[in-house]
Design a protein. Structure first.
Length: 157
């Protein structure tokens, strides 16, 4: 995995949540993920694929129920008590904001990629279908209110 690609995305995650939700999550230790490992527990994932002339990438932001409800409480005018349509949309919009924020730096580093619209996945025990064949790196983030995970897959074509 190219750290020149991953680092701008991690920075964008931290900046977007700090600016939009007044949250400063702590990044954990990255690890390689097996493609067949499901996401356990009640979660919401925003998944975005990226395609370019020289590379493809896929980014997923997966929020535990407690994490997305806390983020939504800080970002929305009314605090949600459960995952609803607005909270689900927020997960996709967060993925969109993160990649929108990272895109300028990625472009400056030579990663010319077009972003897709976010795909939202919600439920328990589901697989995230990255549109790449490259390894998937998972970076956990922790907050007192809940955890979330960034998955990144990048391949040169």
């Amino acid at each position: 995995m190219d750290v020149q690609f991953v680092n701008p995305v991690i920075t964008a995650v931290l900046n977007v949540l700090k600016m939009m939700a007044r949250i400063e999550p702590k990044p954990g230790t990255p690890k390689k993920k097996n493609r067949n490992d499901p996401v356990h527990g009640k979660n919401v994932t925003g998944l975005i694929s990226m395609v370019g002339d020289k590379a493809n990438a896929s980014i997923a932001l997966t929020f535990t129920e407690s994490a997305i409800l806390h983020i939504a409480t800080n970002m929305l005018p009314t605090a949600p008590s459960q995952i609803d349509g607005v909270v689900i949309d927020l997960a996709g919009e967060l993925a969109n904001m993160v990649l929108g924020s990272a895109k300028t730096e990625l472009d400056n580093k030579g990663f010319s990629l077009q972003l897709s619209l976010p795909t939202i996945i919600m439920g328990s025990d589901y697989l995230i279908a990255h549109k790449t064949k490259a390894p998937i790196i998972v970076l956990p983030f922790t907050m007192p209110e809940g955890d979330f995970f960034l998955e990144v897959s990048y391949e040169e074509t």
